[in-house]
Design a protein around this ligand. Structure first.
Ligand SMILES: NC(=O)c1ccc[n+]([C@@H]2O[C@H](COP(=O)([O-])OP(=O)(O)OC[C@H]3O[C@@H](n4cnc5c(N)ncnc54)[C@H](OP(=O)(O)O)[C@@H]3O)[C@@H](O)[C@H]2O)c1
Length: 258
């Protein structure tokens, strides 16, 4: 019998993990369905919300899922909370892939805030040239500070456009290297970067570039996430799954077949 793993994804690591685990289990990767043209995932994918924790618990039971893995983005707090609750409700083990956040290093000029609304306030009253490397959902908060020039980069178009007089838009999908990010900041004469503390390599380029140019970064802190067993890397999580497989779900099922 093949074991069923549901991976809640929407991140590069989730896709990598799904590829790695697909050799040893039946893997389903779940995406929220927000991105208009998601990159090919290489494993079976389902798309769209489950209908809260209840809906996810029902899905886990209906599909006979043996293990739930929360590999969503660290700022996707709602789905992570739902996952922890649904796993409890359905009696299914859960693991989370939690990539560590970035820490400021020598030369960084970070102002740390809790929300995108706080970030808009932290820009101050004087006009600045601001790079918003944030998702569509967060940029609306900057309408509260219409005095600035905004350069907004997102994977999908920001619709509706921001109700501010001076904004330009860039569509791009990472990874972004430091040299490209530095060139972008210089070209647009950016004097402050607003970022989430995503962690990982793929979007660190702008942070390193800002440091090199002596530019301030307004860093939006991570939300609180539920306390579930977790690993920091794809490799570490895959090896926990292997151990779990031996101790908890592979062996009992294998024995049934003997
Ligand atoms: N937030 C970010 O900065 C960010 C950055 C990069 C990628 N992402 C990815 O984009 C997706 C949405 O992020 P978000 O911040 O909007 O999430 P969220 O606020 O935590 O979740 C909102 C709702 O979207 C649905 N959902 C979210 N992730 C899902 C998934 N992987 N599969 C099925 N349904 C999902 C759930 O709907 P129901 O309650 O109906 O189940 C959830 O309640 C996530 O998959 C996340 O990994 C987010």
């Amino acid at each position: 019998m093949t074991h069923r793993i549901l991976i809640l994804g929407g991140t590069t690591e989730a896709r990598q993990l799904a590829g790695k685990l697909a050799a040893r289990a039946s893997v389903m990767l779940s995406l929220a369905g927000r991105t208009e043209s998601p990159v090919a995932q290489g494993v079976p994918v389902r798309s769209g919300g489950f209908g809260g924790a209840d809906g996810l618990a029902a899905y886990l039971s209906k599909t006979g899922t043996d293990l739930l893995i929360d590999a969503t983005h660290p700022y996707a707090a709602q789905i992570s909370a739902n996952a922890a609750q649904a796993a409890r409700m359905a009696g299914v083990p859960i693991l989370a892939l939690r990539r560590p956040g970035w820490e400021p290093v020598e030369g960084d000029r970070w102002t740390q805030v809790d929300t995108s609304g706080d970030a808009a306030q932290a820009l101050g009253p004087a006009r600045r040239r601001v790079f918003l490397a944030l998702g569509r959902q967060e940029v609306a908060a900057f309408e509260a500070a219409p005095q600035h020039h905004y350069l907004i980069r997102s994977v999908d178009p920001v619709e509706p456009k921001l109700a501010v007089p001076d904004a330009s838009y860039l569509l791009a999908r990472g990874p972004f290297r430091e040299a490209e990010e530095r060139a972008l900041l210089e070209k647009h004469r950016i004097d402050v970067v607003v970022s989430k503390n995503s962690g990982g390599e793929a979007t660190y380029g702008k942070i390193a570039a800002a440091r090199g140019l002596g530019i301030e970064v307004v860093m939006i802190r991570r939300p609180d996430l539920p306390d579930v067993p977790s690993a920091e890397t794809v490799e570490a999580l895959a090896s926990i799954v292997d151990q779990l497989g031996v101790d908890h779900f592979v062996r009992p099922v294998d024995e049934r077949g003997v």
